[in-house]
Design a protein around this ligand. Structure first.
Ligand code: TPP
Length: 569
């Protein structure tokens, strides 16, 4: 017949085309009737589907992909309970600026508000915790909305995007030529030369400048330019959040993590620097919102999102732009002015002061990390793990309360992703999915999860995902039979643990997964930690190392939170 459509495309075919165009590498998901066309699209375009045991875990996996690659991770969940199960992980990505796209099914136009299965209005619930919330209401616009979701998630300051795809839209079919196919890549913004002069003038006038490089520096891939700049100018650098490791800790001008309450060089820099240079690094909990900086310290803040500049403290140089390009321009400025030598001389006493503080602190903490006590001192466990995970591409994921903060204190980072943690949202349960996805994305790396015994319970079944997908991660549980950080906060507030809240029974975690082939190791003596870690990796499969740690020792995280937030924790 004359008017018969020639080239009908189903919703899933349009999605498959869009996925291919965007170079989607994985689809993280949990099965659900409303989203099978999205899974069909992945199947058709040869994209591996990673099906987790809980939608929160699938979302954390997509977040890991976003963090590690800088490209949005994709997660598809069914409507209703599948959708609500993602919310903690979505807010986690939101506070961490991790690029990801959550695609959820929804009832088609004829069925809402009829008491159908799992009916709910999803958008109002998620709107406040995503960078952008989108609903596609026409099959022909599926590629258009996917393009939009990628643009919102991946450009500027990255973040999570919600894309609702109703069943009738997914199941629809349209003439191919009517499909709205868009694909745009946005280039980064050039640096204003006036900003370079402003920044270099403040630096030149200072005596004790420090660079605090954060996730923005990581996402702009500024590591080499940052190392070159600090070498030229002789400025000390600290790294934080996703920026950890972009300049290696072993670099003579790098003084490890920028967390302001960390004893040693970080604490000295925080309270004594007269010029703080924040490169893609927000003023937040980790630097006590800037409240510990000297009142007269000059603040230079560089960010790809102008609204972020000036949060919590007024700044002296607000620079809107890409960190990598700015650093290139600043290095060029130093060369052009021949200013390198005089800057390095000017800042040399400051570097020496930081180095002394750094060395003193290492010496002081020896007392803890060399301890032979039983139950094991958590600092000893952290140090043994750091020693063992010594390859530049080793990844350690943290989960829990105090256990991660012990690791943060002792972990040395020589490259990005030598450590990964939840971030500002502090969402327990992220660990196993982060570790599983890290192994998937970086199969050549050794991947370890280091977790508290409370937190391991949230996502324990993801070990089955690891077995099914062939992801040989090693899980180290710092087992103190306690929700440690919360127990500490109770002790600080009430001088006792409220019964039936923070105590956990002894659980032989190392034996729990034997039935699905996961070997376990039990460690009570510090000398056995190293050999157990080796044996666990040598199994060639996922393995668990259950390490008994001392419940009476308060971690640096509990102490730090109490100092910053007082009674709020
Ligand atoms: C999903 C979630 N629930 C509760 C908390 C509150 N919380 C923060 S730390 C912590 C204790 C963690 O205990 P554990 O995993 O055993 O680690 P530890 O502090 O003992 O190292 C709790 C319950 C949270 N951050 N996230």
């Amino acid at each position: 017949m004359e008017n018969e459509p020639k080239n009908l495309k189903k919703g899933w075919e349009l999605i498959a085309e869009a996925f291919a165009q965007k170079g989607v590498e994985y689809l993280f998901t949990v099965p659900g009737e409303s989203i099978s066309p999205i899974q069909r699209a992945a199947e058709a375009s040869g994209i591996p589907i990673v099906s987790a045991r809980h939608e929160q875990a699938a979302t954390f996996m997509a977040e890991t992909y976003g963090r590690m690659t800088g490209k949005p991770g994709l997660v598809a969940v069914t409507f209703g309970p599948g959708f609500t199960n993602t919310l903690s992980a979505i807010q986690n990505a939101n506070l961490s600026n991790s690029p990801l796209i959550l695609m959820a099914g929804a009832h088609g136009a004829p069925s809402p508000d009829r008491l159908g299965l799992q009916d709910m209005k999803q958008e109002p619930i998620i709107e406040s915790i995503v960078k952008k919330s989108l609903v596609c209401r026409q099959t022909e616009r599926l590629p258009d909305y996917i393009d939009m979701a990628f643009r919102y998630a991946g450009t500027g300051r990255p973040g999570p995007v919600f894309l609702e795809l109703p069943i009738d839209v997914l199941d629809g079919a349209v003439e191919s030529e009517n499909a709205v196919r868009l694909h745009t890549e946005v280039a980064s913004r050039p640096i204003d030369p006036n900003d370079v002069v402003k920044m270099m003038t403040l630096i030149k006038e200072s005596l004790k400048p420090v660079i605090m490089a954060g996730s923005g520096a990581y996402f702009s891939q500024a590591g080499p330019e940052l190392a070159q700049f600090v070498e030229k100018a002789g400025i000390p650098v600290f790294t934080g959040k996703f920026g950890r490791g972009i300049v290696p800790d072993s670099h003579p001008l790098c003084f490890e993590s920028s967390v302001g309450l960390r004893p040693g060089a970080a604490a000295l820099a925080t309270i004594d620097s007269d010029c703080i240079i924040l490169l893609g690094n927000r003023l937040c909990l980790y630097n006590a919102t800037g409240s510990l900086y000297r009142p007269d310290a000059k603040i230079i803040q560089v960010d790809i999102e102008p609204e972020e500049i000036g949060r919590n403290r007024s700044v002296d140089a607000a620079i809107f732009g890409d960190v990598k390009r700015l650093l290139e321009a600043c290095t060029h400025w130093i060369d052009a002015k021949g200013a390198g030598e005089s800057l390095r001389e000017r800042f040399a006493p400051w570097i020496a002061q930081l180095q002394k503080e750094h060395d003193n602190n290492k010496e002081l903490s020896k007392f803890h990390y060399t301890s032979d006590q039983v139950p094991i001192h958590p600092a000893r466990l952290a140090k043994e793990i750091d020693r063992f995970m010594d390859r530049p591409d080793d990844i350690i994921v943290y989960d829990g309360g105090d256990m991660p903060t012990w690791m943060l204190s002792y972990r040395t980072c020589e490259a990005p992703w030598n450590e990964m943690a939840s971030g500002l949202y502090g969402c327990l349960g992220c660990g196993l999915p982060y570790a599983a996805a890290s192994k998937l994305i970086r199969p050549q790396s050794r991947v370890m999860l280091c977790t508290g015994d409370g937190s391991i319970g949230f996502s324990f079944m993801e070990l089955e995902t690891c077995v099914r997908k062939g992801l040989p991660i090693v899980v180290v549980i710092g087992n103190n039979n306690l929700w440690g950080m919360t127990a500490n906060s109770m002790m600080l507030k009430f001088r006792h643990h409220i019964p039936n809240t923070v105590e956990l029974d002894f659980v032989p975690y190392h034996k729990l997964m034997e039935a699905i082939g996961i070997q376990g190791f039990f460690v009570e003596n510090p000398a056995d930690i190293g050999p157990a870690l080796k044996a666990a990796f040598d199994t060639g499969g996922p393995a668990i190392v259950n390490v008994m740690t001392d419940p009476s020792i308060m971690g640096p995280g509990s102490a730090g939170l109490a100092m910053i937030a007082g009674n709020e924790f």
